[in-house]
Design a binder for this molecule. Structure first.
Ligand code: FES
Ligand code: FES
Length: 239
């Protein structure tokens, strides 16, 4: 059993641990916003944000830190106890400033790459760094677009960076929710992640299974084999 939070829903699944997160999102959870482009980690169409509890100090406890990742190379085993954010999980009653900037600057044409760009740029809101135009451009350097020629997306990134200059880097999550960049459910995620125990007994029972760190080459070269392989995640193993 793997337990994690997908946007605002807690997911418990018995899917094989070698299943890539992209397939869980699209085919098990029926969220089609995360796109399948290359399945090789090159195009960024499958980008999600991955949030993980990280210790601060004894006085402040812990907090959730987010990174963008390509879900086509991320094994389900590495998702235990984490918060996964897809493009659907960024939606609110009105467009976020990130979504607005992409619309206003014509940053989308066919739209296939757009969810990946929106997720990567939304990751800037959650980073503990001060956002500059350069950092916003770097946030999308793993995303490929075949239509726009990138200039419109660069303009959108520049506008987003400008709007994020006032971000509170000590608590970017709280600031982003308060300023309409992220939905309010984000504020409850840390508490909900603390309630998830891991590794689960079933993961521990696979002690003889090979350890998996990342899937960068394995999933490119042996996708079908990996799907059915009994694996343990180095990130979630107690040993
Ligand atoms: S589908 Fe292209 S990076 Fe994942
Ligand atoms: S808008 Fe078509 S690939 Fe980017």
């Amino acid at each position: 059993m793997t337990e994690f939070i997908l946007n605002d829903r807690t997911i418990r699944t018995d899917a094989p641990l070698g299943t890539v997160l992209l397939d869980v999102i699209r085919y098990h959870e029926h969220l089609p916003g995360t796109k399948i482009g290359c399945r090789e980690g090159d195009c960024g169409a499958c980008t999600v944000l991955v949030g993980e509890l990280k210790p601060l100090d004894s006085a402040r406890g812990d907090q959730v830190e987010y990174r963008s990742m390509t879900s086509c190379l991320l094994a389900l085993a590495n998702v235990q106890g984490k918060h996964i954010v897809t493009v659907e999980g960024l939606n609110m009653d009105k467009l976020s400033p990130v979504q607005h900037a992409m619309v206003d600057e014509s940053g989308t044409q066919c739209g296939f790459c757009t969810p990946g760009f929106v997720v990567s740029l939304s990751g800037c809101c959650l980073s503990h760094e001060s956002v500059t135009e350069d950092l916003a451009i770097r946030a999308i350097d793993g995303n490929i677009c075949r239509c726009t020629g990138y200039k419109s997306i660069e303009r959108a990134a520049s506008i987003i960076a400008e709007k994020l200059t006032r971000k509170d880097v000590s608590d970017p999550l709280k600031w982003s929710v308060a300023n309409g960049f992220l939905p309010s459910y984000f504020t409850e995620i840390a508490t909900r992640l603390r309630a998830i125990t891991h590794p689960t007994p079933l993961v521990r029972a696979r002690d003889l299974a090979p350890l998996l760190g990342g899937g960068t080459d394995l999933y490119v070269q042996k996708h079908d084999t990996m799907h059915h392989s009994p694996i343990r995640s180095v990130f979630n193993d107690e040993a």
